[in-house]
Design a protein around this ligand. Structure first.
Ligand code: AMP
Length: 612
């Protein structure tokens, strides 16, 4: 048996598995259920309840039943859509927290309760204690969301050996690591509440994410909601007098469960009988629901994935016909209507060889087997979902590790001081695809003190290292003194997964404007360098040039100042070049003067030496 378990910590459902004699086995709880709803119910008294039993409480005690907490992992306050959740959200130390009665819970604490239940279920089934795990996360989860997931595992008593990207896990479960090199794979993942599409490429046994897109508010729950609406309509049509009962919480829970069960059955059957016994004391409701009727409700929801698929193909610069495989992930992809839709979009039949709601957990288990040495000959690497960098002069983003770099990886750059006698440098760590620092996500900031000196004299090396779990360590070192700081990003501002998706979309939408803004800022920086240099040269060697030369230079300086004021890029570029070229004589005189001074100093020193 493998010592390490694989865990799919899902938005809707979670699963745990272990390698047994070379095979990934998913573990059932004591009721024979392998899927554990990612739901936690906090009763007034006693321990929290996790899983199916908690899910049943959702309609009865909405303010005490926490679900979809994965959406809140690493979420920034203010971005939380309170209307979205029937339970209360709050802010504590700048973090979004869940408030259940007088208990304040961080999202990672709630996730850790789910993980703890999975751990205990596994221990009961296996008969030994489980302490090491591989946990999966969406590929677009940023550093903070990965760290929060890791901490949730640790709180649950699990040493997290690896944080693995979900599409990589899925591809592994489908055995796609055995495809020929450079194969391209689409992973279509439609779960309860989120949709993700990934295009992967296999390179030397490694999966690289070529592109990713999706929607964190789209999934099977939308189909359930529409189906409940349809059933309510049918009920009121048949029994107009029972209307008030429709608002009853218990009744809503029954209806939701009946709708959900019918949806699941219709993936394999053409017709189901929806039965709601004892609608009132005397009346029961039965309704024959056909797959066709369900499909007509589901189709507009499924079609909303279309744009995301096309965009990801576009981002990967890929014609769908060039794909080698399309794999399905998430329970909703069991629906024939979804499979048909996927086949149309990607112009090929999807691979249905795995249980789509178990594929990620199976892949995590295989990865656990690789780490514990039970499975050999597969090397797996992930990539960074977003670029990482620091803010530099003029508020620009300076990328240190580009998006889609294979991890683990390390990269660095040397920076200098912008002004004379600066005694410290503020390092602002950013994540995102935008050209301007302000449009990217700030992961953290810290100061590095260094020896004061003239402008451009300080040498500060900044190194980013992303470890195998996708966690970022930032090191900044004053090269002259070797003084260094390593940043702890845990107190940083969090970023939501929706925001990360949005970041990618926005960077594409604003690509043109961002680039012109960057070019403008760089041109302004050039002017800011030129103007004081010309002014100081005029003071030093101005007496050696003619009045007409001085006037010409003054006109060139005014041109730069005017262009700065009018904010016209082409004008400023030209004015900079003209000033640069128009002050060549000044530059030559300055050099001559510097050389003469150096000569003088040398002579002086010789003179002094001779006097000795
Ligand atoms: P997952 O994120 O994989 O746990 O997916 C959960 C979603 O898949 C929920 O909306 C389920 O209702 C849905 N689902 C699970 N099994 C089926 C099925 N057989 N047919 C249709 N939807 C399903």
């Amino acid at each position: 048996m493998s010592e390490i378990v694989g865990i799919d910590l899902g938005t809707t459902n979670s699963l745990i598995g272990v390698m047994d004699s070379g095979f990934p086995i998913l573990i059932a709880d004591n009721k024979g259920q392998r899927l554990t709803p990612s739901v936690v119910y906090f009763p007034e008294r006693g321990e929290p309840i996790v899983g199916k039993a908690a899910d049943r409480m959702r309609a009865l005690y909405p303010e005490r039943t926490v679900f979809s907490v994965k959406r809140l992992m690493g979420r920034r306050p203010g971005e939380s859509d309170k209307a979205d959740f029937p339970f209360r959200l709050n802010v504590l130390n700048g973090q979004t927290v869940v408030q259940v009665a007088n208990q304040t819970l961080r999202p990672e604490e709630i996730s850790s309760l789910i993980l703890r239940k999975l751990k205990v279920d596994a221990e009961v089934a296996l008969g030994y204690s489980v302490s090491r795990a591989v946990i999966t996360v969406p590929a677009y989860f940023n550093d903070l969301q990965r760290q929060a997931t890791k901490r949730a595992g640790e709180r649950a008593g699990l040493e997290v050996e690896r944080i693995l990207n979900e599409p990589t896990a899925a591809a592994l479960a489908y055995g796609l690591d055995r495809l020929r090199d450079r194969s391209r794979i689409a992973v279509y993942d439609l779960g309860g509440g989120t949709f993700d599409i990934y295009i992967l490429e296999l390179n030397d046994g490694l999966f690289r994410v070529l592109s990713t897109n999706g929607n964190t508010r789209l999934g099977g729950d939308d189909i359930d909601r529409e189906l409940v609406r349809l059933l309510k309509e049918r009920i009121t049509a048949r029994f107009p007098e029972v209307r008030p009962e429709l608002e009853d919480r218990l009744f809503s829970a029954r209806l939701r469960e009946a709708a959900h069960d019918a949806k699941l059955k219709l993936s394999t059957e053409d017709m189901v009988l929806v039965e709601i016994p004892f609608l009132t004391k005397e009346k029961s409701f039965t309704y024959s629901l056909s797959r066709q009727e369900l499909d007509s409700i589901a189709r507009p929801i499924i079609r909303r994935t279309r744009g995301h698929c096309l965009r990801s193909l576009d981002d990967a610069k890929l014609d769908p016909r060039k794909l080698d495989e399309v794999i399905l992930v998430g329970g909703v992809t069991r629906m024939p209507a979804v499979r048909q839709f996927v086949a149309e979009i990607f112009q090929r039949l999807p691979n249905v060889s795995q249980n789509p709601d178990e594929a990620v957990a199976v892949g995590a288990t295989v990865q656990a087997g690789i780490l514990s040495g039970e499975v050999q000959n597969i090397v797996l690497l992930d990539v960074t979902p977003l670029s990482l960098g620091i803010e530099t002069f003029g508020g620009l983003m300076n990328v240190i590790i580009a998006r889609n770099s294979t991890i683990p990886c390390k990269a660095g750059e040397v920076f200098t001081n912008a002004v004379a006698n600066q005694t410290s440098m503020q390092i602002v760590v950013l994540q995102g695809e935008r050209e301007l620092a302000k449009d990217n996500w700030e992961l953290g900031r810290f100061e590095l003190a260094f020896e004061p000196g003239p402008k451009g004299m300080a040498r500060v090396g900044v190194q980013f290292e992303i470890d195998a779990d996708g966690i970022l360590h930032v090191l900044a070192r004053d090269i002259r003194t070797n003084r260094e700081v390593i940043v702890d990003l845990t107190s940083a501002v969090n970023v939501t997964d929706e925001a990360v998706e949005r970041m990618i979309a926005e960077s594409l939408d604003h690509a043109f404007d961002d680039m012109s803004e960057r070019v403008w800022t760089e041109t302004v920086l050039k002017s800011n360098e030129l103007l004081p240099a010309v002014r100081s040269a005029l003071t030093l060697v101005g007496d050696q040039i003619s009045d007409s030369e001085k006037e010409k230079i003054a006109a060139l300086v005014t041109a730069v100042e005017k262009a700065l004021e009018s904010h016209t890029l082409s004008q400023l570029k030209k004015a900079n070049t003209d000033l640069d070229e128009g002050t060549q004589l000044l530059a030559t005189l300055l050099i001559d003067r510097a050389m003469a001074e150096a000569e003088q100093r040398k002579k002086g020193r010789v003179g002094l030496a001779e006097e000795d």
